[in-house]
Design a protein around this ligand. Sequence first.
Ligand code: BGC
Length: 395
Amino acid sequence: MKRKLLGTVLSVAMVASMLVGCGGGSAAPANDAADAPKEEAAATEAAATEAAADTAKEEKAETPAAAGGAGGKVGVAMPTKDLQRWNQDGLNMEAQLKEAGYDVDLQYASNDIATQVSQIENMISSGAQVLVVASIDGDSLGTVLAQAKEANIPVIAYDRLIMNSDAVSYYATFDNYMVGTKQGEYIKEKLDLDNAAGPFNLEIFTGDPGDNNARFFYGGAIDVLKPYIDEGKLVVKSGQVDFDNVATANWATEAAQSRMDAIISANYADGTKLDAVLCSNDSTALGVTNSLEANYTGEWPIITGQDCDVANVKNMIADKQSMSIFKDTRDLAAKTVEMVDAIMKGSEAPVNDTETYDNGTGVIPSYLCEPVFADKSNYKELLIDSGYYTEEDLK
Ligand code: BGC
């Protein structure tokens, strides 16, 4: 009876939260790419797990670590300072949490898993009441988060889903599948794949295999492009198409660059034209661009990206990168702060997706913000007029 009532309240709260904030993010469609088993699992198990997820959510909502008003300590664990976006995420989270009246313990782990684990241990032992964690490797936090659960400290997975841990209460992110779809659609439209004869040459770069997001980005894009690869209109000369073959450890620019160096020397050094490079994010796009500048003499290809990092926006302005996806980290921070605040006050956190993100222990109630397409034609409006960057930043 109690469950039923709570379920109804949750549904109303969920619908309400879908109508506001973060550009009204939408649920990612199920992904049927051959290399996206987690997405498939989420889709096929969604119906069966929905009820369980609702139940889990009710229980989580009923047991906040520290009910009662603003104030208290929030631990924020970020992966690395190496990439611009995480610096922005951290600063936004810190500023917005402080403004809401919380103490913040913000830590960066230099992309080192052991460092992140020990930082989270310290947050637990020094009295954090909620943890916000952007994981380095989604599969490596099970043990430390079991300690958080034991101490009744709710965990919000930030941007990247934490896998195989039942300590995760909520997930705040962008619609990661939609990011990939937008990148794939861009290549499809620019090459006019439905009408042009082709064939066109494509190469593919995605992210770290330990980052669940990478599979969603790849899955969204490959679902758009795979039919054209299958019919031979898109040719991947390197033969590297499957997720494992196109992954980039740690999303490292240098790794993408050296893989591109090898691909060019084996396939494009003789003047063969490369038409497009699908890059899941800006750090990989930067590596690809650096490699092309050093080694490739043909007509410049279409290059996709994500994050609107300063170096990449500069490359867009200089026609070296075609597009990026803008994920306004201020919005993600704001939504996460709402979640923290709701947990602290013992009320219901905002979510707009209870189907897509199964972390292996069940579906994690999520809020998906909406990613936005950015290119040379709209970057001023998106990035400068909104105060994300100054003109000076992009010079
Ligand atoms: C984020 C991307 C970012 C990548 C590398 C992903 O989890 O969603 O925005 O580019 O990590 O840091």
